[in-house]
Design a binder for this molecule. Sequence first.
Ligand code: GEK
Length: 243
Amino acid sequence: MLVTGKDAIYSSPQAIEPFRFDQAVAEVFPDMIQRSVPGYATIVDTLGQLAGKYASKDSVIYDLGCSLGAASLAASRYVVAQDCKIMAVDNSQAMVERCILHTQAFKSKTPIDVVCDDLQNIEINNASVVMLNFTLQFIEPEQRQQIIEKIYRGLLPGGVLLISEKLKHQQAQIDDTLIALHHEFKRRNGYSELEISQKRSALEDVMRIETFEQHNQRLTSAGFKDVTLWFKCFNFASMLAIK
Ligand code: GEK
């Protein structure tokens, strides 16, 4: 049976280990991401709508770093193009096991294949839509350019990359203000000061965030001709890049 619970992982004082997408995280993931990422539900639903708009007949929709499959399920709700398939990939065994249960429970017209692997091992072919919904920030910065270039090569002409990330702001005072607003968002969602600071420490070396300008530069140099920021709330954003 699929039990999902409330995120209390950092509620008691503990020796902080680097954050991992393990069993404990997978069990509380829907609650964790909803209470931590401003606009998460809007972003996921809109990714589904964008996938619906850009998916073309006989093509593949990739959801890289799918966690429990929220973006894949949103895409499957909106895609009407015939004979598409969705490939959902994550390298966390705990996430993938749960993702399979989630996606099987939802009878989708567009089939969803769930694969447990590092997204760097996945070939991207015949893609009309690729989604990286808060995934690239967990990849080593030196690997990011080649991943974006591989995605670009695997996209059909007119295909899209949908990429959501936590952002850093170039100017320190504005960056501090956006961080403070995000922490207040978490407080209002029931996280304590201890939870906020322990989670921050756990993520410190695991999640390496960049500015919009860095993402834009990488996407443009990979060949994407149009890049737009379609969502931003505090330091969380989602971008649409068209081949
Ligand atoms: C959502 N997209 O709910 N290869 C494959 N997966 C990876 C890799 C990698 N190299 N590195 C990290 N991941 C989801 C939310 S969560 C974002 C994405 C967050 C996976 C990791 O296991 C985790 O499941 C996911 O990327 C990031 O729409 O928790 O902030």
